[in-house]
Write a protein that binds this ligand. Sequence first.
Ligand SMILES: Cc1cc2nc3c(=O)[nH]c(=O)nc-3n(C[C@H](O)[C@H](O)[C@H](O)COP(=O)(O)OP(=O)(O)OC[C@H]3O[C@@H](n4cnc5c(N)ncnc54)[C@H](O)[C@@H]3O)c2cc1C
Length: 502
Amino acid sequence: MIPPLKEIVIVGGGSAGWMTAAALSSLLAPKDVTITLIESDEIGIVGVGEATIPDILNFNQMLGIDEADFIRATNATFKLGIEFIDWGRQGDRYIHPFSGHGVDMNGFDFHQFWLHSQTAGNSHPIDDYSLCAVAARHGKFVHPDPNPRSIRSHIRYAYHFDASLYARYLRTYAEKRGVRRIEGKIKAVVQAPETGHITELKLEDGQSVAGEFFFDCSGFRSLLLGQTLGIGYVDWSHWLPCNTAQAVPSSHTGPLIPYTRATAKTSGWQWRIPTQTRTGNGHIYCRDFMSDDEAASVLLSGLDGEALASPRVIRFTTGHRQAFWDKNCIAIGLSAGFLEPLESTSIYLIQEGVSRFISLFPNASLPNVFRDEYNRHMRTEFEQVRDFIILHYAATERADSPFWNYCRNMSIPDTLKHKIALFREGGRAFRHEDELFSRPSWVAVFLGQNINPRAYDPVVANLPPADVMASVESMREAMIDAVRQMPTHEAYLAKYRIPRAG
Ligand SMILES: Cc1cc2nc3c(=O)[nH]c(=O)nc-3n(C[C@H](O)[C@H](O)[C@H](O)COP(=O)(O)OP(=O)(O)OC[C@H]3O[C@@H](n4cnc5c(N)ncnc54)[C@H](O)[C@@H]3O)c2cc1C
């Protein structure tokens, strides 16, 4: 009998480390297994990462987390999608909503009917047919109705939250389930001479922590997988040239919006994310096209409220490690790779890494085939998200700055070229291999970025325009009606918020 893994060590106490610790402690309920997490207060955590996508609900549910408790503890607000401003052309505005558009009819995608109605004079944008997009525009929110016949059952949502508070919340969760936390800075990593496997971590204060399997959640440093095991980096900067972020919180002005806002700037873009107590802001840009000083002034001049700190600069290189799992070590979080937060996917990729490891949970023999499957899966996940993010940059008509000229003319991956061609020729969009973003997401961004199909489904094209117009219009009215009856996001959230003094 091959023995099970008995000693698991996690390096890092950011979102990645504590999400890993929480999930493993929930699964293993440590009895025969020890789970130890090491984090350094001196190094700290990156502390950004405020916007999520609906998959976070599955993660929290898997842990058995009470939603109201979580919302209070992390200062969370609800999120129905992302609004993109000035991306395709200056003055453009569209929402990538978490719910689809309209209702598919007789086996045909809704957007085919919408395309037909456009030729018959319908001037409503596709956004007007998504419940989440319409609710977002009106500042409304409600939980999905469990009755599948109700139009409100189409609501899909995620959260905006304080990433540091989320890590703290999961720390309490994991410690209650037996995870041992050690505070201290790792100064040396010991490897077995014959295999190169990691065996022990030596801390500056003289402690030493032995383990059989190690999770590298050490952030951009990639202390174990990158620095110790020497796994190289696949650099995607030629497709996603932004390499710096500046982040700053600001005070609230106006009601809390239930969506993330991503506004394109001359050399990148700026995010605006409302949590209960403040607005998170950040400017992502490429230093080849804009200096840090200029980027800071763009950021500060784009705030709605008063800045609550000085902007913090964070450098990054878009891409991922050549392998995510090598020997007895898996990297999760920033140590595994980074894709800029345009579609709020990093926390999802952490979740996916942990879940895939759990579904492949190895015994102490660590079969290579498990490692290979994990690496294949995570590489595919990263590449699929990458293509979706590149689409926002490449499908632009902006010619107002060297940065946008570069993006408009850059080469793109063949996988993305193929998707764009399918949509351009006939409005066709498919979900490939269970990829994260499904058809409605691709359709929202294709159309939002002005990729208009040359033709649409010939069967739908043969339907009488007046009939199509009538069904499409009835769906639009149903959306507006449903949203009219929803409470405002602010009012809905009030029941979750802890009253604050003053
Ligand atoms: C600008 C920006 C914006 C982002 N926005 C979003 C977003 O909106 N949505 C989203 O999903 N994600 C977002 N992310 C990503 C998100 O922030 C990260 O994926 C997430 O916070 C995980 O970080 P981490 O835990 O991997 O690393 P970190 O938070 O950096 O944690 C690293 C940990 O390793 C420890 N450590 C490192 N070296 C040592 C050592 N030698 N000894 C002991 N401990 C050590 C540190 O103390 C720390 O605890 C964003 C990232 C950036 C850079």
